[in-house]
Design a protein around this ligand. Structure first.
Ligand SMILES: Cc1ncc(COP(=O)(O)O)c(C=O)c1O
Length: 353
């Protein structure tokens, strides 16, 4: 059941089964498909928007990955302990909650992944401990505490919090549930990405019904989990193939640089206002997946994304710079677009303002 992860010469192979997260999420009372909107862009094009701003009441698409990965890891612990598989309806039984109660999930977060892990742990009766760097706003820390997560302030930047979360898991026996991946650590982040495949499946169903498919899909990326999971599904099963454009901040183009280098590499730069995309190192799974999805890479500037946010705010569709990055890239591209070719772009508003 579920996704197969193998390593071939240490390059991870991602083979998700979107039916598994879909079945699990259907048993989740707060799950429903998020809206697909059509909005007029600043430059006059009609733009399709997958609006993730209220995903499962958590304010970002990340809910799909963290909640699902917590559930799957609890199911794996259960199977190890009892030899039995868990069905979606078993999760809330006292026996399973008792087992979940013995597990602490630990992660570093720029905000949304931590909220998703905390929500998953809370839903299934486990504990969550989230490491936040100094750059993460206190509002996220408060939202995490409201979900009964322990919050630890760890270092100045995201990488410090990541090192602290790994050390925490090593010394306490907690389960490290990161959304990024690195050599030797791929299973939990691959589950997180399997959760994100649901977004692509919701879109496929909606486009299939309307019989209108996007010509271009713009996916903003931090470590690349969302971009790779959605790109993988598009190339796997969308009958009408779009161009796929991966969007990163000028300050952190780690996936573009990894593509150019032909291997995962660091991309240094100043701090970006696109905080959730400000990742200087890619997920190795995301990099490997994107390498075989025939995608292009663009960067957006701080000014372009500020203008995008201001425009969206004025249309009543407020999101953050991280949430608006894909839209900002569309506006950048429309300036040079060939006006005779069809241009029906799809973007993702990945979080609420
Ligand atoms: C709002 C938002 N947008 C985009 C991303 C990028 O996702 P990924 O890190 O999987 O590339 C994140 C990641 O935290 C996010 O929170």
């Amino acid at each position: 059941m579920g996704m197969k992860m193998q390593t071939e010469h240490s390059i991870p192979v991602f083979q998700p089964d979107p039916e598994v997260p879909r079945n699990l999420l259907r048993a989740c009372p707060v799950y429903r498909a998020t809206p697909l909107l059509e909005i007029p862009g600043r430059s006059g094009h009609v733009i399709l928007v997958k609006d993730e701003r209220d995903r499962m009441g958590l304010g970002a698409f990340k809910a799909l990955g963290g909640v699902y990965a917590v559930a799957r890891l609890i199911a794996e612990h259960w199977q190890e302990a009892t030899g039995r598989m868990l069905e979606p309806e078993d999760f809330l039984t006292p026996e399973v909650r008792a087992l979940a109660g013995s597990i602490t999930f630990v992660c570093a977060s720029a905000g949304n992944h931590g909220l998703a892990v905390a929500a998953g742990a809370g839903t299934f009766g486990a504990t969550a401990r989230i490491h936040l760097a100094g750059t993460v706003p206190e509002s996220f820390a408060e939202r995490l505490r409201a979900k009964n997560a322990m919050v630890v302030r760890s270092g100045e930047v995201y990488e410090d919090a990541l090192a602290a979360a790994s050390a925490d898991a090593d010394t306490t026996g907690a389960v490290l549930l990161a959304d990024g991946s690195w050599p030797g650590y791929t299973h939990p982040p691959a589950l997180v990405m399997e959760g994100y495949t649901v977004i692509a499946e919701e879109l496929r169903v909606a486009f299939d019904e309307s019989c209108t498919w996007p010509t271009h899909v713009f996916l903003q990326a931090g470590v690349g989990g969302l971009a790779a999971a959605v790109s993988h599904m598009i190339r796997l099963n969308w009958p009408v193939q779009p161009e796929i454009i991966i969007v990163e901040p000028e300050a952190a183009p780690c996936l573009r640089e990894s593509h150019r280098a032909g291997k995962p590499v660091r991309a240094d730069g100043p701090v970006s206002s696109m905080g959730r995309l400000d990742c200087k190192e890619p997920s190795i799974i995301a990099h490997a997946v994107l390498e075989r999805c025939d995608v292009e890479y663009v960067t957006v500037s701080e000014d372009d994304v500020a203008a995008a946010c201001a425009y969206l705010d004025g249309t009543g569709l407020a999101t953050t710079p991280s949430g608006a990055a894909g839209y900002a890239a569309v506006e950048q591209q429309s300036k040079s677009a060939d006006t005779h070719s069809p241009f029906r772009p799809l973007v993702f508003f990945t979080e609420a303002a």
